[in-house]
Design a protein around this ligand. Structure first.
Ligand SMILES: Cc1cc2nc3c(=O)[nH]c(=O)nc-3n(C[C@H](O)[C@H](O)[C@H](O)COP(=O)(O)O)c2cc1C
Length: 166
């Protein structure tokens, strides 16, 4: 609970490197996510190349934090492996959230940048990463050691809870 309640989006990072072991842990967390029919229709692109990272804000205006990020992970859905049409989106969202929580538990900062269903963003990302057409990039996660601190955000709202019926 402590980890979940204190996670925040971090958009400024130090230049300390994220290690290969940490990346493996993040991916283990991602692949432990639930998925419809347990199809696990996800694929992960690990980006460390500065040139590649610098190209992303050219077509994704809300990803400028990549300028200080050490690492980016693009979570993609293999649309041909989905359990029924469209469930791959939710599967990839679950994997994305697992990465954010794992990163926070490892004292890394991260932020989820949305790609799908914004056509401009996901198609440009497909082109940049040379993804086959059935591989849809759902989210990009910028990761690094935090260079900002944020207090937990209190969002619990009783008005959003409905018992039995609306
Ligand atoms: C589907 C989705 C897309 C998002 N896209 C972006 C984005 O493109 N850029 C960004 O800086 N933050 C993005 N965020 C992060 C949200 O802005 C952030 O989670 C929200 O403001 C709540 O803040 P917190 O994560 O610190 O609790 C996205 C979050 C989600 C779930």
């Amino acid at each position: 609970m402590e980890n979940i309640l204190s996670r925040r989006s971090i958009r400024r990072f130090t230049d300390q490197e994220v290690t290969e072991e940490q990346i493996t842990s993040l991916l283990k967390a991602a692949m432990s996510a639930p998925s419809a029919g347990n199809r696990q229709p996800w694929e992960f692109i690990i980006i460390k190349n500065r040139e590649t990272m610098d190209k992303i804000p050219e077509f994704h205006k809300y990803s400028k934090m990549l300028s200080t990020a050490n690492l980016a992970i693009v979570v993609c859905g293999n649309t041909t492996k989905s359990f029924e049409k469209g469930f791959w989106v939710q599967d990839c969202a679950a994997a994305t959230q697992n990465i954010l929580l794992a990163a926070h538990s490892m004292e890394l900062g991260s932020v989820w940048c949305g790609l799908y269903p914004n056509k401009e963003r996901y198609s440009q990302m497909q082109e940049l990463l040379e993804l086959p057409k059935e591989i849809m990039p759902v989210s990009l996660i910028a990761i690094g050691y935090p260079d900002e601190e944020k207090p937990p955000s209190e969002r619990f709202d009783e008005n959003k809870i409905h018992y039995e019926k609306w």
